[in-house]
Write a new protein. Sequence first.
Lengths: 114, 109
Amino acid sequence: GAVVSQHPSWVICKSGTSVKIECRSLDFQATTMFWYRQFPKQSLMLMATSNEGSKATYEQGVEKDKFLINHASLTLSTLTVTSAHPEDSSFYICSARPVSGELFFGEGSRLTVL
Amino acid sequence: TQLLEQSPQFLSIQEGENLTVYCNSSSVFSSLQWYRQEPGEGPVLLVTVVTGGEVKKLKRLTFQFGDARKDSSLHITAAQPGDTGLYLCAGGGYQKVTFGIGTKLQVIP
């Protein structure tokens, strides 16, 4: 299947700092990528849809100034958590679709804000 | 908003037992996917079902799509400890995918 890679896999940061997470489609081009947040023992919550060359579409309740998304190319989307606070600690996952239409996920990035 | 309900949410069984996980909705989906997620990792696609009434098999896993394309089931035969994980069903259009809450399966040796 297609490969989606996230980096970093885990990150620990101090409160107030910003953290950038990268999502890359390694063997296909993705005009659309998706960012999710997952709390322990819960399902995936869609945060936003990242569109190459245009602004991201955020889900209701997700602060766009807090979670900055940039879809710089057809193979890369980044999620920046700005001025992170302990409540932002979570598991963040991205996904992307090749032409086949099936959704493939990155490995996830665990953020811990001290 | 299309919603997917999964049941049961938690399941702990002995190795060798059979189990079925259900995914239900009041909405019609053009397709449904099943994923398995292990702790600290992203979900991995198991199967996509597209046609109403379709049955797909993946070794000891059998997936079925309801005739009306509103529900799906995952049946595992002779569960193994390696089957332990979070099973998610998902459906929706190209731009947006809805996930079920997930079924956390534990297979005890």
